[in-house]
Ligand binder design. Structure first.
Ligand code: ARE
Ligand code: CA
Length: 582
């Protein structure tokens, strides 16, 4: 047993409540070091009469990230203030793990303690998230519903875009395509920024209170909210609060008046006079982009200004916010933001744009979710670039999941595409089969699925700019097979409890066969998903519980079971989805 590899602390994702009486604990050990183990637990207070007797639960292996294994158990502590120790079994002998570290004998004292399972500290999520299927829309590129409001020089729909081209898409256009969205089945839309800005994707805000006139202005926005809500579709807006645009009035005032401007410390300006050259600018920006001056969030007026903007739009009835560059603002701001948003609308969704680890923002006091690029990366490497095998896929997914609590994983914002990355289909070298595998994977995996507009009809684009091409509306140019696959996935996702609430368990990892399979289980229901990421035919033999009956989700036919075993045939780049009948 490698002692140095063992890790447990009675906090964070290693020890947290699932509900007011249930604690989930996890211990890390070196891969392959233990055969099993258990957790012993009781109340923290010793009393001859009241203290419950010591109980135990077995440890279950969550998986491995390559170096370590993670073993967990959940147990009910009716007094809500448990203490516990781990018993680790190597197969030859047992050890104990407590606040004393590793010991040969069971310690009488110094067990781990979780002081109190306070219900108030449990995370609360908007209830609609359980069935949410998101769709992302960049308005200029989605549909032009009104040519009269097109920006000057707008190109004909479908021309090849550059960083600075406009096509005239607008909110009227989005409203006109509501039927398309409902036919696809999505029920929530995340919009790239809508507020007045000189650029196409509008991350350089000029006026936070105006929807861009080329999108139809505030009037069109009100109409959008109404029409969307009538159709049962939620509206999530992009909050670009890290920086403003160079045309933002307070910044213009500083440009004009220099240090005499009342707004001179709304920004982080290093010396005077202000220099807006790129390169050469002398103030903080987003990623060295001169036209995106960073706001000085340490200034109380700036904080208040942004919170007022938040209140204004939240009161208009939106269903949530996606927070741009969320990790470059202070945590305290986001706490204030959350309090405000949830006080206006407790069911509003708060999604941070975080590409890597998001744990610090997901403690319940800031965001409900983050953009899960840590999910996209291994899925891309496996199905898209085919640079990793099934083992590595499993390890990397585990290493992303194990950072988070069960609840956090359930509400991760999973995506394989967005406006910031090349189209997934292009990264699959145009292989529709691999795109299909990744899509099914997205919808079967724990988390909220998001579809980037156009992925569902087979749009391509090998660069970020090309990934923002105009939505293809010509039916002859849409990939109908993919569209139908998205429809099916969305229906399964909405209807099947295991996909909404189920836990995750790896079932099948074959490096040689390039087959990966996992289970989503909820109460006595289960969906099992298998993905064959290679050529040739594969046979997968699975043990199933005695007397269980299974149906194939795609054909709705019964799968034959013999001697508690089930056989799946997987053709080249095929997936199989089976569901246990209840
Ligand atoms: C332009 C270029 C990009 C270049 C960028 C920065 O096209 O190739 O990387 O400048 O120099 C908007 C436009 C972009 C434009 C940008 C600046 O949509 O097209 O990009 O303005 O003009 C990091 C941030 C993350 C950010 C991405 C782009 O952490 O917040 O970079 N994403 C948001 C939006 C963007 C938007 C902005 C921010 C600015 O979604 O669309 O850009 O408001 C790693 C890191 C991430 C990093 C990621 C991508 O994995 O972990 O932190 O994201 O790579 O670089
Ligand atoms: Ca238009």
């Amino acid at each position: 047993l490698q002692q140095e590899a063992i890790y447990h602390v009675p906090k964070d994702e290693y020890s947290y409540p699932l509900d007011e009486q249930t604690l989930k604990v996890t211990i890390r050990v070196k891969k392959g070091d233990i055969a099993g183990g258990k957790v012993l637990f009781t109340d923290r207070y010793d009393h001859p009469q009241y203290t419950p007797s010591i109980e135990q639960v077995p440890l279950k292996k969550e998986g491995s990230d390559g170096l370590f294994e993670y073993w967990s158990a959940a147990f009910v502590a009716p007094k809500r203030r448990p203490k516990y120790i781990f018993m680790l079994n190597t197969g030859h002998r047992s050890y104990w793990y407590s606040e004393l570290g590793l010991t040969a004998d069971r310690p009488a004292a110094r067990w781990f303690e979780f002081p109190y399972l306070a219900g108030v500290d449990l995370p609360h999520y908007p209830s609609w998230l359980d069935e949410a299927i998101f769709y992302q829309i960049g308005v200029d590129r989605f549909y032009n519903g009104n040519p009269d409001n097109d920006p000057d020089g707008a190109l004909p729909w479908g021309d090849e875009p550059t960083m600075t081209t406009f096509f005239g898409g607008d909110l009227e256009g989005v409203i006109k395509k509501i039927n398309y969205l409902t036919e696809l089945g999505v029920n929530a839309v995340y919009f790239n920024p809508l507020f007045l800005s000189p650029s196409t994707f509008k991350y350089d805000t000029e006026d936070y209170y105006l929807v861009d006139p080329s999108f139809g202005g505030n009037e069109a926005f009100e109409a959008l909210i109404q029409a969307f809500h009538k159709a049962g579709i939620k509206v999530v807006l992009d909050a670009v609060f890290n920086h403003a645009g160079k045309r933002f009035k307070p910044f213009q005032d500083v440009v004009e008046k220099g240090k005499d401007s009342a707004y001179y410390d709304w920004f982080i300006i290093h010396d005077w006079p202000i220099n807006m050259e790129e390169p050469g600018h002398n103030y903080d920006t987003f990623a060295y982009t001169a036209r995106m001056p960073k706001l000085n969030h340490e200034h109380p007026e700036v904080r208040q200004y942004l919170l007022d903007v938040t209140q204004f739009w939240t009161e208009k009835g939106i269903d949530g916010w996606r927070l741009d560059v969320a990790n470059e603002l202070d945590h305290q701001f986001w706490r204030e933001f959350r309090m405000l948003v949830k006080s206006v609308n407790p069911e509003a969704f708060i999604l941070g744009e975080i590409w890597l680890d998001g744990t610090t923002w997901l403690q319940g006091d800031q965001f409900d979710s983050i953009t899960n690029y840590l999910f996209r990366a291994p899925v891309l490497d496996f199905f898209g670039e085919q640079s990793i095998g099934a083992t590595s896929l499993d390890e990397r997914l585990l290493s992303a999941r194990i950072r988070y609590r069960e609840q956090q994983n359930r509400y991760m914002f999973n995506l394989i595409g967005s406006h910031d990355v090349p189209r997934f289909l292009s990264l699959c070298e145009g292989s529709e089969e691999r795109m299909a595998l990744a899509t099914v994977f997205l919808f079967m995996y724990p988390g909220i699925p998001m579809v980037y507009y156009g992925d569902e009809v087979g749009m391509t684009g090998s660069t970020m700019v090309q990934a923002r091409r105009c939505m293809v509306w010509d039916e002859a140019k849409q990939n109908k097979r993919l569209f139908q696959l998205y429809q099916s996935c969305i229906q399964w996702r909405k209807q099947l409890n295991p996909l909404k609430f189920g836990d995750f368990e790896t079932l099948y990892v074959s490096e040689e066969d390039q087959v990966y399979g996992f289970a989503r289980s909820y109460e006595n229901e289960a969906v099992w998903a298998f993905f064959h990421n290679g050529v040739g035919k594969r046979q997968v033999t699975l043990d199933v519980p005695e007397g269980s009956e299974w149906i194939d989700l795609q054909t709705q036919k019964t799968v034959s079971v013999e001697n508690e075993q089930l056989q799946l045939e997987l053709d080249a780049y095929e997936y199989a989805l089976i569901m246990k009948k209840t």
